[in-house]
Design a binder for this molecule. Structure first.
Ligand code: PLP
Length: 453
């Protein structure tokens, strides 16, 4: 027997320690304890490198947040430069250069028409949504409309894991357990034509459903919340073109706020800087996180219109203040790298280069649809869902966890991806080069083929 190398010994020790000490997110831990975990220790561009030196394409951009690749010089340098000044100071009662400079750049990037004018920082997408919900509620309270307490949201929507954002989430598997803890939300169907009974007419049907809810609950709704263009965690459910802009019209007509959760879709993921830009929609509140720092550090923000901000002004005794804030709000290191990331979008022409790569994804998906076990695919820019099924199109046995098994098999081809049930998700970094992107797509196709042979 050959002795284990130092590297394998270390890997084994780390894996054992992980299994002894950690509780992983969104993970059935009973299963986690069965297999030693893959331990990633380094990154290089669009590649992840494990403790044994094996390389993998980061096919889901480290949970949908990496934008420019790992260890990008400008981004690394921005953090180092900020570290030479200070790592963190509070925004409660003090201001800081990185948070100010990022806020200005963020508003310019997110709201070209200038309708969003204020940035409220937090640390995760869940908090950004939680804050948007609280702001929407308090906006109406501050304006004296005390009966406005309700929200309308979309089934299969996902907005994060804090109690407020879970209240707006519509995925039973994740959210049902917490039902008794949640505030009441009116849910309408997802307008994804592949799953709505109205098919291509899904957008119209769901807008009609929302209009009925707005009429029935007149004077009691604060806001409609949605993930614009595509519902990520619900299974990469794409919406019909025009749905978002028509929803915006509807919310204006019925005088309720529109909250756009761009946590997943923001920062280039859909081919434009934000999904709302595809339909020239200016929401009242926009939630951003994930890609805001290029995927380097935790940071989030809720962007608000001046109309909303104005409702929180007044004498302190009037009680209009937004009493919400987290310790690390506007963290200096995170804001510094956020600013560097926005600059890099311009210097590297990230959005301009995406068009041909989006076409490449579409071509490879068309090929994958020919595979007997691929029932459907959906794509919005660099966000992709590949539905696995039996060759007759019927669903696979959920208990077999085939999606997870296919993703595990992809590792031996040097690819890291994650499933949502039996939907394989691809979400490469918006800046991924065409060669690596094609290697990812071909590798996934080959993995699916080999898996079912
Ligand atoms: N909103 C959307 C649309 C998301 O996809 C996610 C995370 O996947 C969240 C909110 C929650 O973000 P976080 O995990 O940073 O709390």
């Amino acid at each position: 027997m050959t002795p284990l190398s130092d590297a394998s010994n270390r890997t084994r020790r780390l894996a054992q320690l992980d299994q002894r000490c950690l509780w992983h997110p969104f993970t059935p831990m009973q299963l986690w304890l069965d297999e030693p975990p893959l331990v990633i220790e380094r990154g290089e561009g669009f590649w992840l490198i494990d403790t044994d030196g094996r390389r993998y394409i980061d096919g889901v951009s480290s949970l949908w947040c990496n934008v420019h690749g790992h260890r990008v010089t400008e981004l690394d340098d921005a953090i180092r430069a900020q570290l030479d000044r200070i790592a963190h100071t509070t925004l409660l009662g003090l201001a800081s250069p990185p948070s100010i400079e990022l806020a200005e750049a963020l508003l310019a990037a997110a709201s070209p028409d200038g309708n969003l004018t204020r940035v409220f920082y937090s640390d995760s997408g869940s908090e950004a949504v939680e804050i948007a919900a609280k702001m929407a509620y308090q906006y109406w309270q501050n304006r004296g409309q005390r009966d406005r307490r309700g929200f309308i949201a979309i089934r299969e929507g996902y907005h994060g894991d804090t109690i407020g954002s879970v209240s707006l989430g519509g995925i039973d598997l994740f959210h049902k357990m917490y039902g008794p803890l949640l505030f009441e939300t009116i849910f309408v169907a997802s307008p994804c034509p592949q799953f709505h009974p109205a098919g291509e007419d899904a957008g119209r049907a769901v807008l009609a459903e929302i209009e009925v809810a707005l009429k029935t609950h007149a004077g009691t709704i604060c806001a409609v919340t949605l993930e614009p263009l595509i519902q990520g965690a619900g299974g990469m459910l794409t919406h019909p073109p025009g749905f978002l802009s028509k929803l915006r019209d509807l919310t204006r007509r019925y005088d309720v706020l529109l909250i756009a959760d761009e946590v997943a879709t923001g920062f280039g993921r859909t081919g434009r800087m934000f999904a709302c830009h595809h339909e020239d929609v200016g929401p009242d509140l926009m939630c951003v996180a994930k890609g805001i720092t290029g995927g380097y550090l935790p940071l989030a923000a809720t962007l608000a219109s001046e109309e909303i901000f104005g409702a929180f002004l007044g004498p302190v005794e009037a009680g209009k203040t937004f009493y919400h804030g987290h310790t690390y709000t506007g963290n200096a290191l995170a804001c510094a790298v956020g600013l560097a990331s926005l600059k890099r979008f311009e210097t590297a022409g990230v959005l301009e280069a995406m068009g041909p790569k989006i076409d490449l994804i579409a071509r490879r998906l068309a090929e994958m649809r020919q595979l007997p076990h691929v029932a459907r695919t959906r794509q919005c820019g660099f966000m992709v869902g590949i539905d696995l099924a039996r060759p007759d199109g019927s669903p696979l046995d959920a208990a077999a966890r085939t999606g997870a098994a296919v993703c595990a098999a992809a590792r031996s081809r040097g690819i890291i991806i994650r499933p949502l049930g039996d939907t394989i998700v691809l979400m490469p970094a918006p800046a991924m080069d065409a060669e690596t992107l094609d290697q990812l797509l071909v590798g996934v196709s080959e993995t699916i083929t080999a898996f079912f042979q």
